[in-house]
Structures are given as C-alpha cells and as structure tokens.
Design a binder for this molecule. Sequence first.
Ligand code: ATP
Ligand code: 5RP
Length: 401
Amino acid sequence: MAVSTIYSTRALNSTHFLTSSPSSSTSKQVFFYRRHQSQTNRRFNTIITCAAQQTVVIGLAADSGCGKSTFMRRLTSVFGGAAEPPKGGNPDSNTLISDMTTVICLDDYHSLDRTGRKEKGVTALDPRANDFDLMYEQVKALKSSIAVEKPIYNHVTGLLDAPELIQPPKILVIEGLHPMFDERVRELLDFSIYLDISNEVKFAWKIQRDMAERGHSLESIKASIEARKPDFDAFIDPQKQYADAVIEVLPTQLIPDDNEGKVLRVRLIMKEGVKYFSPVYLFDEGSTISWIPCGRKLTCSYPGIKLNYEPDTYFDHEVSVLEMDGQFDRLDELIYVESHLSNLSSKFYGEVTQQMLKHADFPGSNNGTGLFQTIVGLKIRDLYEQLIANKATAPAEIAKA
Ligand SMILES: Nc1ncnc2c1ncn2[C@@H]1O[C@H](COP(=O)(O)OP(=O)(O)OP(=O)(O)O)[C@@H](O)[C@H]1O
Ligand SMILES: O=C(CO)[C@H](O)[C@H](O)COP(=O)(O)O
C-alpha cells in the first residue's frame, strides 16, 4: 500500500498522527504511529491506517531446513512476479515481497540473539527465546491493513538488527518455527500449513545442504539435530494438529529397507470442513483408491510410482489424504496424473504440470513434495480469491486500532 503525500503531522504525547491525502477516489487513509515496548525492551512502531483492504494471512510451520523457502518460492510463483527482499533495506532481511505477497520469517521475533540464547542455555525453538506478544500485535496489525516496523533477526551475525517497515500486503505469509504456537496468532490465520519431514529425510536434507553447501561436518550436523530434538518435539511438532493442510514426507515404501532417502513417500493431509478450502481428490471424492499410473502414459523407472487416496482421521479431525510414493522420470508426463485429480483449483487444464515444469530445478520437483506444494499453492490462491469476493459483498469494515 503506497503512502501518498503526508500533509499534516502533530504530536500527541507519545502518539503521532499523520494524515495522508487520499490515495484513490475510494479511500481516505489516516496514519498514526503506536509505540510497542517489546519484551526485549526494544521499541517498535505500528503505523495505523484505515483502509478498505484486508490482508489474508497464511501460516507455514516447519523446522529449519525442511523446505519452507522452496515452498514459498512455489507459492509466490502461483501469484506471479518474483519475490525479493525489501528494496534499499537491510541486505540480511529475511522478508520477501512480491506484487501480491509478503513473506515474513518468524525468526525475526527471536527475543534473544545468538549470544543471549547461549548464555541462557535455550534454543531458538524455545518459546522463551521468542516474543509472541509482539508477533501477535504485528500480525494483527498487518491483517487490519496497518503497517508495522518489524524487527529483523540477522542470521549472518546472530544479532537483532534495526527494524524494517512492512506494509500490509494482499497476502501475508508468516513462515517459521512457531506460526501456530500462540493461540492468539493462530486465530489470525486464514489458512495454515505444516511441513512434517520425518527424521530420516530431515537428516538427509540437512546433510545435503549444510555439508555440501555450507561446509559443516557430519558430526556437527548430527549434534545440532540432537540438540534441537527435545524442543522440536515439545514446541514445533505439536503445531501440526492445528494445520489445515499437512505435507508429510517419509522414506519410500517401494524399496524394501531403503536407507538412501532419495525416493520419497509424500502425504498431503487435508482437513475437511475448512472454509474456502475443499480437498483435492483422486478419481472419486470420498472413496479409497490405490493407483499405479505407470504404463503406457507414464514412464516409470524402478521403483515406480504409487498414488493413494482415502478418507482418514488426524488428531480427531476428518481429513482426506492424497499420497504419492516414488518419482517422475519425465515431468511433462505429470499431466497424465493431473488429469485424474479433481478439485485442484487450477485456472486451466494442465496448470499444475506447467507450474512444476517452470520450476523443474527446485528441490522436490520430481516427486510428491513439489507436486503437493504446487497444489497447496493453487488452493491458497483459490482461498484468497473466495475470501476477497466474499469481503467485497460484505459491508465495508473499518479497521480497528
Ligand atoms: N522437496 C525437497 N526434496 C529434496 N530436498 C529438499 C526438498 N526441499 C528442501 N530440500 C533440501 O533442504 C534444504 C533446505 O530447504 P529450504 O531452504 O527450502 O528449507 P527452509 O525450511 O527454508 O530452511 P531454513 O529455515 O533453514 O532457511 C535445501 O537446500 C534442499 O537441499
Ligand atoms: O531454527 C532456526 C530457524 O530457522 C534457527 O536455528 C534460528 O533462527 C537461529 O538462527 P541461527 O542458527 O542463525 O542463530
């Protein structure tokens, strides 16, 4: 949201009112700054504006190194345009902005820097190392079309940097360790996703990235995973019960006793009864189907591909589960599988295959991780469009400070 010429400013104790000229014929915007005192004694401003736009908020939870960034790249691509860090800002910003979406990383709400965590003997996964009050205040503000000055956690230095201004986008994605941990933040989410990567696969991915790309030793990777495990089990993993969609990544069942971790079994667990979200299905909604698509229309080398679709329960919720074990040899042939899936929320026949081909170089493009991330991206676009259409017919709401 662009701030047009500010033409009057007055101070009222610690609160400043800034009035802007109307940015369009339909809305007059009024801005003022509210000061937050965070638990770390740092001050952050909330820039309050009354405007017609409502921000849709999506939560994406996963442990570090579990494919959140890759998922975000697929998601923002569905909305078109490239996602980039704020222009002219901190080069170590964790934020990514595109025309429609702003992705903020919840690491920015760490209240303890690297040294602080070390001194107190807590990990970044521990709620005591995070400022949930500020996270709630700022996500709530953005959802109500209010810009905020969000802190930055600098992963290069391990320090808390000066804040950056975040304008309310059309779609705000909050990604990180704790988007569904705090009940107040959870209530603000219009849709939530949990990436549930099994220990075996997480380990393989960590080795691939941290050893090959970052020069860490095998021992240090093992030690870091072990050190995080108790807090991961206590604070991160339980969030999956609240997710509207879970992407579960497991070792394949197609190769007996596989320990290579290259071929994956991926399950898309979709909650039933979520407003504006209808689960994808294979062949016939609500039925139980096991399908091996390999043959004349799909080239499969060993160990092949197996799809499965069935209703189930997950943390006492009714869900539909779509599963794919194995990997594609030829991505263009994915169209054959796509044509048997329904409720994809695609805009045209073959859109899923097109998206997958567009990002063939992203990790997971030849298996269920890429396929299901792409499908969830289309479902989020659909949810956004329905929400906005619904808002347009509802009486305009005035954002509350
Ligand atoms: N679907 C996938 N298939 C294979 N490898 C993957 C997949 N997704 C991610 N990876 C591997 O995991 C690494 C981490 O992925 P990514 O950067 O997307 O995770 P992240 O959750 O954003 O990590 P962090 O929070 O640490 O920044 C990648 O470099 C890649 O090696
Ligand atoms: O779990 C993490 C979130 O992705 C990081 O470990 C946490 O943010 C701390 O970062 P760093 O290791 O750079 O100090």
